[in-house]
Ligand binder design. Structure first.
Ligand SMILES: Nc1ncnc2c1ncn2[C@@H]1O[C@H](COP(=O)(O)OP(=O)(O)OP(=O)(O)O)[C@@H](O)[C@H]1O
Ligand SMILES: [Mg+2]
Length: 461
């Protein structure tokens, strides 16, 4: 059972949130900067028109027949009216006393320089902008100060600003949306190498402990280094335990052969039926141990060679024929005929012939062991699409249905093994060999004709 993984946050989500917050901040900043700039610009243009209007009125002041006259020119107000339907007010004073216009207009800004003075005030409940300028004239050698104030409401300005704000807000939103798309894309592509690494490690076979060799970004160097180091340690420890199994199996098998010979000799000497039975059971136990040691040795060899697979071109016809020939003596002991069908064409596959032979021998060994005496075992090689398939079929009772799904697991034996010696590793070996070669092992029962059928398929080269 795999250990549950504790999760805390998500790098991708964190990246997206940070990028989007940055984008929102920038969009907001852009909105305020542009809006302020537009407000300044619009205010400045209103001020300039108001100042021009004030100057035009001041310029129209003249001394006629020793008297001061001010003819307000039409265009001095019309140029203000052109901007919008804003209301315009004015006031003219002479030496501080009101002459004409709106007497209650707010006081102008105090004079600090000679140029026009600007001020924002409230008049008649509305916000207005006032511009005031003064002109010095001489009437009968007396200095005379004419002061003109022109004011205007600010509807047009506000409407103009609202329009600009809407446009800038639209730009800001568009910028944010674009930044969001790029942000999500950037976060995904930043996380992509991690996904690729996880995918390539999880796609590996159980025994594939090669170091990760695909190039990775610099930031992942320590992670991949740690992973490679871990796999190398695991590999060393696995191969050490496999070596130990092989050595132990070898050491057990040799003395067992001696014990078995001695037991056979004893059996011939013993007469009492109960003693004979005891010795027979002893011989069976020795056979079981010896078989288990042999199979363990074979399994360790298969695991090792599968990990360091060295392939060559293998002609499956010849390999199958050799395997059958090796098992004919064992089949003869049970009066079983080995029936071999091999196609005319040579079927070549790339693989390790020692592993393939071991797998075939195990399937044939099973067929002979689990079928009744005086029957036939049919071994057939054929091409199936782009694969070559060797099937081994017998005329026995077939694979026990209840155990069918787990027979390829280590040390698993079916319920039909009463008197049959075995260790439950034969099908495991065949399955591992198939997998190491990119092939498959199929177990089926031929219901009409009876008997088990085990097929090994390998991709053709
Ligand atoms: N041809 C067959 N007919 C019926 N049952 C079979 C056949 N081949 C295998 N089995 C069943 O599958 C089980 C697993 O087979 P496997 O070859 O892995 O182990 P084994 O034959 O019991 O031991 P060994 O490791 O010595 O081969 C057997 O115990 C048996 O129950
Ligand atoms: Mg077997």
């Amino acid at each position: 059972m795999s250990h549950p993984i504790l999760l805390r946050g998500s790098i991708q989500r964190r990246l997206i949130v940070q990028l989007l917050s940055g984008a929102a901040l920038l969009a907001g900043l852009m909105f305020f900067v542009v809006q302020n700039y537009a407000r300044d610009l619009a205010g400045q243009s209103q001020d300039e028109i108001l100042a021009a209007s004030v100057t035009a009125i001041l310029d129209s002041a003249s001394v006629r027949d020793g008297d001061l006259t001010v003819d307000i020119p039409y265009f001095s107000f019309s140029m203000l009216g052109n901007i919008s339907e804003d209301r315009v007010f004015y006031a003219i004073t002479r030496n501080g006393s009101f002459l004409t216009g709106y007497p209650d207009l707010p006081k102008p800004a105090a004079a600090t320089s000679t140029g026009p003075r600007f001020r924002t005030a409230t008049y008649d409940g509305e916000s207005i902008r006032l511009v005031t300028a003064t002109r010095r004239m001489s009437v009968g050698n007396q200095p005379d100060f004419i002061e003109v104030t022109v004011a205007q409401t600010r509807y047009g300005l506000r409407r103009q600003l609202a329009g600009i704000s809407r446009t800038v807000a639209g730009f800001g939103l568009g910028f944010f949306a674009l930044a969001a798309v790029f942000g999500i894309f950037a976060a995904q592509s930043a996380i992509q190498p991690l996904r690729q690494l996880a995918g390539s490690v999880s796609r590996r076979g159980l025994s594939d402990l090669r170091p990760v060799s695909a190039p990775v970004p610099a930031e992942m160097e320590s992670l991949v280094g740690a992973l490679n180091g871990f796999m190398s340690r695991l590999k060393t420890s696995l191969s050490r335990s496999e070596d130990l199994i092989a050595e132990a199996a070898h050491r057990v098998r040799t003395p067992l052969t001696t014990v078995r010979t001695q037991a056979e000799i004893t059996l011939r000497r013993v007469d009492k039926p109960e003693n004979r039975q005891a010795v027979r059971e002893m011989i069976r136990a020795i056979d079981e141990s010896s078989r288990a040691a042999g199979q363990l040795l074979d399994h360790a060899m298969v695991s090792f060679r599968s990990d360091h697979l060295e392939t060559e071109e293998v002609e499956l016809g010849r390999l199958t024929r050799d395997a059958v020939a090796r098992l004919v003596p064992m089949a003869d002991l049970r009066d079983i005929d080995m029936d071999l069908t091999i196609p005319e064409e040579a079927l070549q596959v790339r693989g390790d012939p020692i592993l393939m032979q071991s797998a075939l021998l195990n399937l044939m060994d099973n067929a002979i062991k689990y079928s009744p005496p005086d029957s036939r075992v049919h071994v057939a090689l054929r091409r199936v699409g782009t694969s070559a398939e060797v099937s081994v079929r017998d005329e026995g009772a077939g694979f026990p249905k209840a155990d069918m799904g787990r027979l390829t697991r280590r040390f698993v034996r079916g319920g039909n093994t009463d008197t049959v010696v075995g260790s439950g590793l034969g099908l495991t070996i065949a399955h591992e060999v198939a997998r190491a070669h990119g092939g498959q092992l199929f177990l089926t029962n031929h219901s009409e004709e009876g008997g088990a059928c085990a097929s090994l398929s390998f991709p053709l080269s």
